[in-house]
Design a protein around this ligand. Structure first.
Ligand code: FS2
Ligand code: SF4
Length: 545
């Protein structure tokens, strides 16, 4: 196997024997082959789109789901990948038949025919490996992989919007164009760089679409206090990012004497009016994803994993862990959708049987719900606070968390920001400091939780609105972006920020292994992207001290 798509790749180079995430060589090989087939589908799909033909919604849904399934910490179940591969092959053959009169030179990935058995698939997967073609130029490989990882991230966003009934033709169509481009030998470095920037703009649309899907389904998040201590009684912990799964579970547990706790990236759910109205959405449990094995160990309740980040479970909680949607893990019960509905009775009965926590803990609360609507409804006051000097600088300290050392930087950075600065945060990296007291500036808490990584659009919208209010560009605002990355959603967000021309981003804790030295130099030259150093030194540079 060879995989270097995430930040915790072994040695900062690549996982070759077993993933640091526990992805095994079999799953890695099947994922490689799935991406290979998506390239073939992309080739025929793009030809058909260029001829003005419309691809059906089921195929679009497959493209986003299959891309999402290969994202870090989503699915470890090889049997599920065999199913995806068979569907991919069927779709490719259908598109091939439709496109047979309009294709001249057909690349190998588009000609490939999936064999019948898993053993044969594993044999074939070798040629789908990232490093298989040793003659490929390092910069071309780097840019192709960057685009693929970006599309994996966008696959997740498009999936979440789609389950709520929201679609965008430009977003759907880009998957074909993007995957086709990764097997197009005519595209050089400049072409791929231009395409990646185009992708950044398409992904912006996708993030906007997801924002619309979430806010029109559940209302605009409002500042909300969230209990972070435990209450007596049976409970289910809901992790991941999927608000629809949470809503369905809340409906099915109402009046049953079960408390629902959010976990990890589900924390911002408490701010949505249509979710917070459920009284048994009681609070938030635990920290960021990398703490789950310790926190779920022997838990007297159930866990529903709606999306990433899933870690290989310890034996002590395999009987109380459940997956749904794209998530999968061998030996773990999976709740499927049947006729547009999910039946959570298995998990509900198990939670009742486990009994939950024996007593209440002393209450502690934090505050969430500072999406773009909540922040921008106070835009006038924020602008005024900047003009009268009460707010000197804005920091966006956000992104993914992870297990590797070096991430304390973000805690220390947040703690060292001066008291006359405002910190916006989002995604699971915030667990490093979101239970700390940063005080207030006037009526605003200094730390504003904008939401999940899926809500990055909110942060972009806030930045663009501030730039408009001050009649300047985003790069001229007293705003600094201090980002932590881990998986491929962070890749698509980063590309979108670059496509908006945003400069001077601080990125850490380490730089992506898939970015070649030459490509990195281009990013430095064009966007002045910087690796993080120390909180003290970076703050000095940012604040001009
Ligand atoms: Fe955090 Fe993990 Fe949100 Fe990422 S829960 S690192 O895949 O999606 O962010
Ligand atoms: Fe390694 Fe990350 Fe790939 Fe897992 S997803 S195999 S940790 S690079």
């Amino acid at each position: 196997m060879f995989c270097y798509q995430c930040e915790q790749t072994i040695g900062g180079k690549g996982c070759t024997k077993l993933g640091n995430c526990s992805k095994d060589p079999e799953v890695a090989a099947l994922q490689d082959l799935l991406i290979y087939l998506l390239k073939g589908i992309g080739f025929y799909g793009q030809k058909l789109i260029e001829k003005g033909m419309v691809i059906d919604d089921e195929t679009h849904k497959f493209m986003m789901d299959a891309s999402f399934s290969t994202l870090t910490n989503v699915n470890f179940d090889s049997e599920r990948f065999v199913e995806y591969l068979r569907t991919a092959d069927k779709i490719k053959e259908e598109l091939k038949t439709k496109a047979k009169d309009i294709c001249n030179e057909v690349p190998e990935a588009a000609e490939y025919k999936l064999p019948a058995t898993k053993e044969e698939m594993l044999r074939d997967a070798v040629k789908a490996g990232i490093m298989y073609d040793q003659t490929l130029d390092a910069n071309i490989r780097s840019l192709r992989e960057m685009l693929i990882y970006g599309m994996k991230g966008m696959g997740a966003y498009a999936h979440h919007a789609h389950v709520l009934g929201f679609n965008d033709v430009e977003v759907n169509n880009f998957f074909y164009k993007g995957f086709a481009a990764t097997i197009d030998k005519k595209l050089g470095v400049d072409d791929l760089l231009a395409l990646i920037m185009e992708f950044g703009q398409v992904n912006l649309k996708c993030m906007e679409l997801l924002d619309k899907a979430n806010t029109s389904s559940y209302g605009n998040p409002v500042p909300t206090e969230v209990l972070i201590t435990m209450k007596k009684g049976p409970f289910i912990v809901v992790s991941g990012h999927d608000l629809k799964d949470l809503k369905e579970l809340l409906e099915q547990t109402e009046g049953k004497g079960i408390n629902i706790y959010t976990h990890g990236e589900m924390l911002p759910a408490h701010g949505y009016p249509e979710l917070k109205k459920y009284k048994h959405l009681i609070g938030n449990f635990g920290g960021a994803w990398q703490d789950q094995q310790k926190e779920f160990d022997g838990l007297p309740g159930c866990i529903l994993m709606t999306t990433n980040c899933l870690m290989k479970p310890r034996d002590s909680y395999t009987d109380r862990l459940f997956t749904t949607s794209i998530v999968g893990c061998p030996g773990i019960s999976h709740i499927k959708e049947v006729n547009g509905k999910k039946d959570f009775s298995l998990i509900i009965n198990k939670a009742l049987q486990l009994g939950g926590w024996p007593e209440d803990e002393q209450e502690k609360k934090i505050i969430v719900g500072f999406g773009h609507n909540a922040v921008l409804s106070n835009a006038g006051k924020i602008v005024e606070a900047v003009k009268n000097g009460a707010i000197k600088h804005f920091f966006l300290v956000g992104g993914c968390d992870g297990a590797r050392p070096g991430r304390n930087y973000y805690t220390e950075f947040a703690q060292k920001t001066p008291p006359d600065t405002l910190i916006l945060t989002l995604a699971c990296g915030k667990y490093r400091f979101n239970k700390m007291d940063f005080g207030k500036i006037g009526e605003f808490p200094r730390l504003l939780d904008v939401g999940q990584c899926n809500d990055s659009y909110s942060a972009i919208k806030i930045a663009l609105a501030l730039a408009e209010a001050f009649n300047c560009g985003v790069n001229d605002l007293p705003l600094s972006l201090i980002l932590s990355w881990y998986e491929q959603k962070a890749v698509c967000i980063l590309i979108t920020l670059l496509s908006l021309g945003i400069k001077n981003i601080y990125l850490g804790p380490s730089l992506p292994a898939f970015i070649s030295p030459d490509v990195l130099q281009v990013l430095i030259d064009k966007f002045n992207i910087k690796p993080i150093s120390t909180p003290e030194d970076d703050l000095k540079v940012i604040l001009g001290q």
